[in-house]
Design a protein around this ligand. Structure first.
Ligand code: ZN
Length: 134
Protein backbone atom coordinates (compact mmCIF):
# COMPACT_ATOMS: atom_id res chain seq x y z
CA UNK A 1 0.00 0.00 0.00
CA UNK A 2 1.91 3.01 -1.20
CA UNK A 3 2.04 5.94 1.18
CA UNK A 4 0.09 4.00 3.78
CA UNK A 5 -3.06 6.01 3.18
CA UNK A 6 -1.35 9.39 3.12
CA UNK A 7 -2.69 11.00 0.01
CA UNK A 8 -1.61 14.64 -0.41
CA UNK A 9 -4.60 15.21 -2.68
CA UNK A 10 -6.92 14.42 0.20
CA UNK A 11 -5.06 16.18 2.97
CA UNK A 12 -6.26 19.62 3.93
CA UNK A 13 -3.30 21.56 5.23
CA UNK A 14 -3.76 24.76 7.22
CA UNK A 15 -3.96 27.86 5.00
CA UNK A 16 -0.83 29.24 6.53
CA UNK A 17 2.37 27.28 7.02
CA UNK A 18 4.15 27.37 10.37
CA UNK A 19 7.54 28.13 8.87
CA UNK A 20 9.54 27.66 5.71
CA UNK A 21 13.09 27.33 4.50
CA UNK A 22 14.60 28.51 1.24
CA UNK A 23 18.38 28.87 1.24
CA UNK A 24 18.20 31.38 -1.61
CA UNK A 25 16.69 33.86 0.90
CA UNK A 26 19.83 33.68 3.02
CA UNK A 27 22.11 36.68 2.89
CA UNK A 28 24.44 35.71 5.69
CA UNK A 29 28.14 36.29 5.32
CA UNK A 30 30.33 33.23 4.90
CA UNK A 31 30.37 31.06 7.98
CA UNK A 32 27.40 30.50 10.26
CA UNK A 33 24.01 30.98 8.72
CA UNK A 34 22.00 32.77 11.38
CA UNK A 35 18.68 32.45 9.57
CA UNK A 36 19.11 28.66 9.63
CA UNK A 37 19.84 28.77 13.37
CA UNK A 38 16.76 30.97 13.95
CA UNK A 39 14.68 28.68 11.80
CA UNK A 40 15.78 25.62 13.79
CA UNK A 41 15.11 27.33 17.12
CA UNK A 42 11.61 28.21 16.05
CA UNK A 43 10.97 24.66 14.87
CA UNK A 44 12.38 23.29 18.13
CA UNK A 45 9.70 25.26 19.98
CA UNK A 46 6.98 23.61 17.92
CA UNK A 47 8.47 20.12 18.20
CA UNK A 48 8.76 20.47 21.99
CA UNK A 49 5.06 21.25 22.12
CA UNK A 50 3.90 18.31 20.03
CA UNK A 51 6.29 15.65 21.31
CA UNK A 52 7.71 15.36 24.81
CA UNK A 53 9.90 12.46 23.68
CA UNK A 54 12.39 11.86 20.83
CA UNK A 55 10.53 9.35 18.74
CA UNK A 56 8.78 10.08 15.45
CA UNK A 57 6.95 8.13 12.81
CA UNK A 58 7.55 9.39 9.28
CA UNK A 59 5.51 8.68 6.17
CA UNK A 60 7.15 9.91 2.99
CA UNK A 61 5.09 10.36 -0.17
CA UNK A 62 6.35 11.06 -3.71
CA UNK A 63 9.98 11.28 -2.78
CA UNK A 64 12.98 11.71 -5.04
CA UNK A 65 13.11 10.97 -8.74
CA UNK A 66 11.58 7.54 -8.11
CA UNK A 67 8.52 9.21 -6.58
CA UNK A 68 8.64 6.53 -3.95
CA UNK A 69 6.70 6.39 -0.73
CA UNK A 70 7.52 4.71 2.52
CA UNK A 71 7.40 4.66 6.24
CA UNK A 72 10.11 4.86 8.83
CA UNK A 73 10.69 5.69 12.48
CA UNK A 74 13.31 8.11 13.66
CA UNK A 75 14.79 9.17 16.96
CA UNK A 76 15.63 12.86 16.92
CA UNK A 77 16.31 15.09 19.86
CA UNK A 78 15.90 18.38 18.04
CA UNK A 79 14.80 20.01 14.80
CA UNK A 80 18.25 19.87 13.20
CA UNK A 81 18.49 16.16 13.89
CA UNK A 82 14.94 15.46 12.72
CA UNK A 83 15.35 17.29 9.40
CA UNK A 84 18.70 15.57 8.80
CA UNK A 85 17.05 12.18 9.26
CA UNK A 86 13.87 12.94 7.30
CA UNK A 87 14.91 15.08 4.32
CA UNK A 88 17.32 14.11 1.53
CA UNK A 89 20.81 15.50 2.05
CA UNK A 90 20.66 18.20 -0.56
CA UNK A 91 19.63 21.85 -0.92
CA UNK A 92 16.01 21.52 0.20
CA UNK A 93 13.34 24.18 -0.06
CA UNK A 94 10.45 23.36 2.21
CA UNK A 95 7.44 24.46 4.18
CA UNK A 96 6.33 23.15 7.54
CA UNK A 97 2.68 22.86 8.45
CA UNK A 98 1.06 21.86 11.70
CA UNK A 99 -1.09 18.88 10.88
CA UNK A 100 -3.19 16.86 13.31
CA UNK A 101 -0.86 15.69 16.10
CA UNK A 102 2.31 16.30 14.11
CA UNK A 103 3.69 18.21 11.17
CA UNK A 104 3.76 17.95 7.40
CA UNK A 105 6.86 18.99 5.48
CA UNK A 106 6.37 19.77 1.80
CA UNK A 107 9.74 19.75 0.11
CA UNK A 108 11.35 20.37 -3.23
CA UNK A 109 14.93 20.02 -4.51
CA UNK A 110 16.70 19.26 -7.76
CA UNK A 111 15.21 15.74 -8.03
CA UNK A 112 11.72 17.10 -7.42
CA UNK A 113 11.80 20.57 -8.95
CA UNK A 114 8.03 20.94 -8.93
CA UNK A 115 7.76 20.12 -5.26
CA UNK A 116 5.43 17.33 -4.40
CA UNK A 117 7.59 15.61 -1.84
CA UNK A 118 5.58 15.19 1.36
CA UNK A 119 6.64 14.03 4.79
CA UNK A 120 4.09 13.31 7.48
CA UNK A 121 5.86 13.41 10.83
CA UNK A 122 4.07 12.42 14.02
CA UNK A 123 5.12 11.55 17.55
CA UNK A 124 5.31 7.86 18.30
CA UNK A 125 6.23 5.77 21.30
CA UNK A 126 9.64 4.36 22.11
CA UNK A 127 8.05 0.93 21.78
CA UNK A 128 6.99 1.52 18.15
CA UNK A 129 10.41 2.88 17.25
CA UNK A 130 12.14 -0.01 18.98
CA UNK A 131 10.01 -2.66 17.29
CA UNK A 132 10.67 -1.16 13.88
CA UNK A 133 14.46 -1.14 14.26
CA UNK A 134 14.93 -4.29 16.31
ZN1 ZN B 1 21.57 32.65 6.47
Amino acid sequence: MRGMGFNPDKVKLPKKHYSSWDSSNCECEDGDCFCWIDFLEDLDNLLDKINDDYYWKVNAVNCGWTKSSGETYVKAKDARNLLWKVLPHTDNTFKIYKYKKGIVITNSHHDSPCGGEWYFVRPCSYKMWDEFWR
